[in-house]
Design a protein around this ligand. Structure first.
Ligand SMILES: Cc1cc2nc3c(=O)[nH]c(=O)nc-3n(C[C@H](O)[C@H](O)[C@H](O)COP(=O)(O)O)c2cc1C
Length: 301
């Protein structure tokens, strides 16, 4: 069985989960190619018996670049794919939206897997509610999913019926959220980022990491340009904290948002689907990520 895992991952959690799923597939006796969204050649996809597509959750859905990738796929009738994601507090209907997009290409979605993970954005506090995830238990679950999906896929290919799970009903409480977070909406509410010329050392790390080539490294100094998908990864990784914005404008949205995130996690914990690995009362809404990075920069001198 020829298997491929395609993943998009910025801070590395989806990649780590993808590696575990790959190891599970290999343990089940398969082989598994492993590629980033950028590396994969869509013309080669029809050669695979089973393909996994993994992503972080951004804004209650898959990131815009992952959605574009799915939309741009050729028709792949009856091909078997599975979808997986890593997320903070609210996965919403991400895996269902992904399945719908793939099914439009004739693909049969034969498995779903999700994992809680760490991660935050510049105007949110860090550590965050899901810090510590994924842990060894979640990595083992991902490996078990890999073994199981490899076995299931073989049985489906052999003609066994009734093995393809339904994507499930969308959770209505999150539909409005995911649908309202369009690029236009984000552009209208999020503070625009720009490159501070005094700080920028033109290392090019931001341009290299931007998932949509939204930073022009040729310009002097490099500049932000359309498109921006509001992932904030450039601002998070810039070694000189040279990608700046009026974060203070959005810092006040953290406490009410986190109140809701915490409720969602408490509900998930009560269902046995989430384990607290940090004390949620210890969150410091004053010490948001961009302030921590500014402080580190000052200490560095
Ligand atoms: C811009 C942005 C938006 C996010 N939105 C959500 C969200 O709506 N729901 C959620 O559960 N997690 C959200 N997260 C958290 C990420 O899904 C989580 O950190 C993920 O594990 C990152 O994966 P990676 O390390 O592979 O990049 C968001 C993170 C970022 C950077």
């Amino acid at each position: 069985m020829k298997t491929l895992i395609i993943y998009f991952s910025q801070s590395g959690f989806t990649r780590k989960v993808a590696e575990q799923i790959r190891d599970g597939i290999v343990e089940a006796g398969g082989t598994c190619d492993f590629k980033t969204l950028r590396e994969v050649k869509t013309e080669s996809l029809a050669d695979y018996d089973l393909v996994g597509l993994g992503t972080p959750v951004f804004y209650y859905n898959s990131p815009f670049n992952v959605r574009d990738f799915m939309q741009g796929l050729p028709d792949l009738p009856d091909k078997q794919w599975f979808v997986f994601c890593s997320h903070g507090s609210v996965m919403g209907n991400t895996l269902i939206y992904m399945a719908e997009a793939l099914m439009k290409k004739g693909i049969r979605v034969v498995g779903y897997h999700d994992t809680y993970a760490d991660g935050t954005i510049p105007f949110y506090p860090y550590p965050t509610l899901t810090t510590g995830h994924p842990d060894e238990q979640e990595y083992e679950e991902a490996r078990a999913f890999g073994r199981e999906i490899a076995e299931r896929s073989k049985r489906i290919a052999a003609g066994e019926q009734g093995l393809i799970p339904e994507p499930g009903e969308k959770k209505q409480e999150w539909v409005q959220q995911s649908e309202s977070f369009t690029l236009e909406f984000l552009g209208s509410v999020m503070p625009p980022m720009h490159i501070d010329e005094e700080r920028c050392i033109q290392c090019g790390e931001c341009a290299e990491a931007c998932p949509v080539d939204g930073i022009d490294p040729e310009a002097d100094p490099p500049r932000m340009q359309d498109p921006c998908v509001y992932c904030y990864y450039c601002a998070k990784i810039c070694p000189e904290v040279a990608i700046v914005a009026d974060w203070e404008k959005v810092v006040p949205i953290a406490p009410p948002n986190y109140k809701r995130y915490r409720e969602v996690l408490e509900e998930a914990a009560a269902r046995g689907e989430f384990r607290w690995l940090m004390d949620p009362d210890s969150l410091d809404f004053e010490d948001v990520l961009y302030k921590q990075r500014e402080r580190e920069l000052k200490e560095k001198g």
